[in-house]
Write a protein that binds this ligand. Structure first.
Ligand code: NDP
Length: 229
């Protein structure tokens, strides 16, 4: 049975990935900060062992490695999706450096730790995909409006991590995909988003299903368009 490990599975885009793949018969290891309070995630449980809920705080170094023994067997898709925007005020002169360090840990460093922990199990699977939920706000080429120092920096760092993973894990047959999910109606994206979570997830899963070596290490809009770094 195909298997995805995804973080930030209790709401937003991660919850929808979990819902869609469970409906397609997958096993989903769904990691979230507080499984005891993840009612929407728990409600998806088909009750046949295909949903494994795992406690995981991306803000805590070592949390990824601590999952190692809890996720067994091949992992077709390792999806580092959990992310935070941080303080709404991130303009010049407003920087909260403690918050900035936390955002880097959650949005970037945690993804590398997951890859270091689970690359072996991804390599044993059929699909062999590592997906990183980045953002176009991490694109330096696309930055025409400035500000948002913490969030932009963290997603640019995630992109750099993804590029190195695509090179370092290529020999294992792993394909690393770096995604901008679009502007999605979630708590983070807000009601003004142009995509529903389902449109985003169907698009991302289509791209993942087509994953091939030519896509390794590229930065994709959910539409399939390549984005500049
Ligand atoms: P939401 O705010 O709806 O969900 C964020 C998810 O990340 C939640 O499950 C949240 O868990 C989890 N998370 C946050 N911090 C941590 C942590 N320390 N440890 C574990 N989990 C954590 O946002 P989206 O679903 O929209 O975002 C998902 C990803 O997509 C993020 O990486 C985001 O940056 C990215 N993205 C989203 C866009 C959009 O338009 N929505 C645009 C570009 C990128 P909890 O409930 O515990 O807080």
């Amino acid at each position: 049975m195909p298997h995805m490990l995804i973080t930030g599975a209790n709401r937003g885009i991660g919850l929808e990935h979990t819902r869609v793949l469970l409906s397609r018969g997958w096993h989903v290891s769904a990691a979230c900060r507080n499984p005891g309070r993840a009612g929407d995630l728990k409600a998806l449980d088909p009750g046949d062992g295909r949903l494994s809920m795992l406690e995981y705080d991306a803000g805590r170094p070592g949390a990824g490695k601590a999952l190692a023994g809890q996720v067994k067997g091949p992992i077709d898709i390792l999806f580092a999706n959990a992310g935070m925007f941080g303080p709404r005020e991130q303009g010049f002169g407003q920087t909260d450096y403690a918050a900035m360090a936390e955002i880097a840990q959650v949005n970037a460093f945690a993804a590398l730790e997951l890859a270091e922990t689970f690359a072996g199990q991804v390599a044993q699977s059929q699909l062999k995909v590592i997906a990183l939920q980045s953002s176009r706000m991490g694109s330096i080429a696309d930055n025409t409006s400035g500000g948002y120092y913490a969030y932009r920096m963290s997603k640019a760092a995630l992109n750099a991590i993804g590029k190195s993973l695509s090179i370092d894990l290529k020999a294992k047959g792993i394909i690393t995909l770096i995604f901008h999910p679009g502007w999605v109606k979630t708590d983070m994206g807000g009601a003004g988003g142009t995509l529903t979570v389902n449109e985003c997830v169907e698009g991302q899963l289509d791209l993942i299903a087509r994953a091939n070596p030519a896509m390794n290490g590229r930065f994709f809009h959910v539409s399939g368009e390549d984005l500049d770094w």
